[in-house]
Design a protein around this ligand. Structure first.
Ligand SMILES: Nc1ncnc2c1ncn2[C@@H]1O[C@H](COP(=O)(O)OP(=O)(O)OP(=O)(O)O)[C@@H](O)[C@H]1O
Ligand SMILES: [Mg+2]
Length: 360
């Protein structure tokens, strides 16, 4: 494995960028629409910007259906994009299958939520890892090289001694061990970036921390750039350097994780934090917790709300929020903390009537 190359890359070097990334999934036309020009689409991701740097974790947080997995799949080049750009080391990339995809995947690897589904039940751990090493030309020349590389991979994910695991089948391992194998397989490509889509959400609560600590350790030792997708904003604070919050296909807030989670600016981020399970509140009034979960449902992404997509659920909505798409505004408390929210535009707030809440 070429750890020399890993050590050389400066920490903080930009690996992967999304610029104005957009994905609309066309919806099948109904009979009536066949005679019109109407073509509906799910606006899954709109105008998303993010930057992954060596040795850093970026968390992408949002509720179900907000477009997090779509961002990861676009970055992994598993889908073509509708618009915007993906840059690897500053170069525009467009990959369609074959060897171009393989060389892209050698640098950008994905880890999925369900390790059981991502490993083939009829093959051993040795098979899965050997395949990854061979495809990405990291298996060396001799059988001994391959054996050493396999041991090295399992040791890196703390499955030791390696010989205890190599010839097992996925079902013979626990959920946490399977996810470690999936991580080892991704490392077999010797990637620069890992896209981890809810990597611990299917694991038992007691072993989640161990897997997150492993990822953090790998980030430091291998100088990896990591995108960490999660529902759980509390784990973003613990694990990620930067946190981005997504709502209904758009980024609504970003900044360093401590600031975004401790002094959230966007009303949606506040709602996410307030609705995270809190043992103190559970001990009190359970009904209050239910009310805290926020009023209303996530919006339709076929016809997303005009203006700010959060306005129908927002307790702070002003008239402007119903018509104008909010721009990114600096909050001013910490460098790099921003929210796409008109509350941070002095002119908008000054022009609105106090207590003005739009009719819902
Ligand atoms: N292949 C597809 N075809 C059509 N619509 C899709 C497709 N994939 C995703 N979508 C839609 O795009 C939106 C975003 O989905 P996505 O899976 O990215 O959300 P998510 O934030 O990862 O949600 P979850 O937390 O449940 O995993 C959803 O409305 C989903 O129904
Ligand atoms: Mg998802």
């Amino acid at each position: 494995m070429t750890s020399v190359q890993d050590a050389k890359a400066p920490a903080g070097e930009v690996v992967l960028e999304a610029i104005g990334l957009t994905k609309h999934f066309p919806v099948r036309r109904r009979l009536r629409q066949l005679f019109t020009r109407e073509q509906n689409a799910v606006h899954a991701v709109d105008d998303v910007n993010l930057t992954l740097r060596r040795g850093q974790v970026v968390a992408l947080v949002g509720e179900s259906g907000s477009g997090k997995s779509t961002v990861a799949r676009l970055l992994a080049q598993l889908y073509p994009r509708t618009g915007g750009d993906i840059r690897l080391h500053g170069e525009t990339t467009k990959v369609k299958g074959g060897s171009a995809f393989r060389s892209y995947a050698a640098r950008v690897q994905m880890i999925f939520q369900d390790p059981f589904a991502s490993l083939n039940p009829v093959h051993t751990i040795r098979y899965h890892l050997s395949r990854s090493l061979k495809i990405h030309h990291n298996a060396g020349k001799t059988d001994e090289d391959l054996e050493n590389a396999l041991r090295d991979l399992l040791t890196r994910v703390s499955l030791t001694p390696p010989e205890r695991y190599l010839d097992k089948f996925p079902h013979e391992l626990s959920g946490g061990q399977r996810q470690r194998v999936a991580i080892a397989r991704a490392l077999g490509a010797n990637p620069e970036a890992l896209l981890a889509d809810e990597p611990v959400s299917m694991l038992d609560v007691s072993i989640r921390l161990g897997v997150l600590n492993l990822l953090r350790d790998l980030k430091e030792r291998l100088n990896l750039a990591i995108l960490y997708i999660t529902h759980d904003i509390a784990s973003a604070r613990y694990f990620a350097d930067e946190t981005l919050v997504m709502y209904a296909g758009r980024m609504v807030e970003g900044g360093d994780s401590e600031t975004v989670t401790q002094t959230p600016a966007h009303p949606y981020t506040r709602l996410l934090i307030d609705s995270a399970p809190d043992p103190d509140r559970l001990a009190g009034d359970v009904n209050a917790l239910e009310e805290d979960r926020g009023n209303g449902e996530p919006p339709s992404l076929i016809r997303p709300p005009s203006g700010c997509r959060f306005h129908p659920r927002c307790p702070m909505a002003m008239n402007r929020c119903t018509t104008d798409l909010p721009v990114r505004l600096e909050i001013g408390d910490k460098p790099g903390h921003w929210a796409a929210c008109w509350l941070y535009d002095e002119a908008t707030v000054a022009a609105s009537t106090p207590g003005e809440a739009v009719a819902k």
